[in-house]
Design a protein around this ligand. Structure first.
Ligand code: SF4
Length: 434
């Protein structure tokens, strides 16, 4: 039998990038490639890079350098670097990475797959059919990317420079894709985009996220649907009620606020008001008390004063979020905030440490309050005699795990079981089977 070339893919960065990788792999599979997770076995190594902040850029370049030996002396015949970093620094990287055989940005997955196939000497059919993504997640869960790009233009963010304005995917296509995923065994769907709550504005003249979620919840086979990356100004009572009132929609909302001081929000060009953030958070806590609230917050934005920072700390004390991803400002080439005078690194670090310490205590307290409750969990991994599980309250890849001691009962990944929470840290929890 003729040898089918094998491609190994390393997907860096966020889940949105992972969907790009899955689409590219889908195109490659349709062109005759096998997929392998092992770089040793790969004829083609594809690195899908992230260029979001400085540390992600360094990680991406480190990965390219780690893979070089496979190209130089291993079986790899083609080293391909694509993604956000290459989109952003295409010319520089072509100069700096002569070892890469192909450098590609974020657009035109079909074109990239064809370029790879041609370099590998494969025939490329003229008419392309519809390709299905190759899932890189366990078979029972998948991401559904509902839009790409972003219209918000936060002054610190390079994403709109890399990915352009928001382009929502028509609802019928998303429903069709989700039906296929469910038919392939996916039971947990995580809905993502740069800004999910504005979904549809560019296509339908108004956000249609509630309609989309309701449609998705009607698909047989899907058990949990979780919404990530909402934007506060388009999170309203209707969205919260839609999630709360539909049992398949996880009572979980990820609403990155970044800050609460009006001056900083303004300088960041964040839309909506601090008042709205406060009132919608209050609404979640009263109308949907078992909701899990996740957010991200940025400290050290240029011009953030001590008072601004203390206001943020006070906000989190008064409006406790279950999870906060905290990070400090990183100046990104080409963004408006890069023109502003950057703050001393020590101050940024001190603020970040204080916020993270505060949040550790809050997360621990909120997790402790869950002890004694019974909850359905999805088995997501096995380690020895412990099943690593998640409930509606834990998103895959970003939140902690619920450790369940299996005893004599064997659990398998993908299974849903009921447990009682018996212990809590600030990140992971312990539970027993019931
Ligand atoms: S909402 Fe702001 S931070 Fe998020 S991708 Fe859009 S511009 Fe960037």
């Amino acid at each position: 039998m003729e040898h089918r070339p094998t491609v190994g893919c390393i997907s860096l960065g966020c889940s949105k990038n992972r969907v790009d990788s899955e689409e590219i792999l889908g195109e490659l599979a349709a062109l005759g490639f096998d997929i392998s997770p092992d770089p040793d076995a790969a004829d083609v190594i594809l690195i899908n890079t992230c260029g979001f902040i400085e540390s992600a850029k360094t990680d991406s370049l480190d990965t390219v350098f780690e893979m070089l030996p496979y190209r130089e002396s291993g079986g790899c015949r083609l080293l391909v670097v694509c993604g956000c970093l290459t989109e952003r620094y295409y010319d520089e990287l072509r100069e700096e990475l002569p070892e890469a055989d192909l450098i590609w940005g974020v657009k035109d997955h079909r074109g990239l797959a064809e370029a790879i196939a041609m370099r590998m000497g494969l025939d490329v059919p003229a008419a392309a059919g519809c390709c299905r993504r190759v899932l890189t997640t366990p078979p029972y869960r998948a991401y559904l990317r509902i839009a790409d790009g972003c219209d918000n233009r936060c002054t610190y963010c390079a994403i709109p420079l890399i990915r352009g304005g928001r382009r929502s995917i028509p609802m019928e296509r998303l429903i069709d894709e989700s039906r296929h995923l469910a038919a392939r065994g996916v039971t947990e769907l995580t809905v993502i985009a740069q800004d999910t709550s504005a979904y549809g504005t560019d296509l339908y003249g108004e956000p249609r996220i509630c309609e989309l979620l309701t449609e998705l919840a009607g698909i047989d086979g899907l058990h949990w649907i979780r919404l990530l990356y909402t934007y506060p100004s388009t999170v309203d009572k209707r969205l919260i009620d839609t999630i709360r009132d539909n049992p398949k929609l996880c009572n979980y909302i990820d609403m990155p606020i970044q800050h609460i001081s009006p001056t900083v929000l303004n300088a960041m060009n964040r839309h909506g008001t601090a008042e709205h953030i406060r009132s919608i958070t209050d609404y979640v806590r009263t109308a949907a008390p078992d909701f899990i609230l996740r957010t991200t917050a940025m400290v050290g934005f240029p011009g953030e004063t001590d008072e601004d920072f203390e206001e943020l700390m006070r906000f989190f004390k008064e409006h406790p979020f279950d999870r906060v991803g905290a990070f400090s400002f990183s100046s990104e080439d080409g963004t408006p905030a890069a023109e502003l005078p950057d703050m001393d690194d020590d101050i940024k670090q001190r603020r970040l440490d204080r916020l993270m310490r505060l949040q550790q205590g809050i997360s621990h307290r909120l997790n402790t309050a869950r002890i004694g409750t019974e909850v359905e969990v999805l088995v997501d991994g096995i380690s020895g005699n412990t099943a690593l599980c998640r409930s509606y309250a834990e998103a895959a890849e970003v939140d902690g795990a619920i450790r369940v001691h299996m005893g004599r009962r064997r659990l398998t990944p993908g299974e849903y079981v009921r447990v009682r929470i018996t212990g809590a840290g600030s990140y992971d929890l312990d539970a027993e089977l019931i």
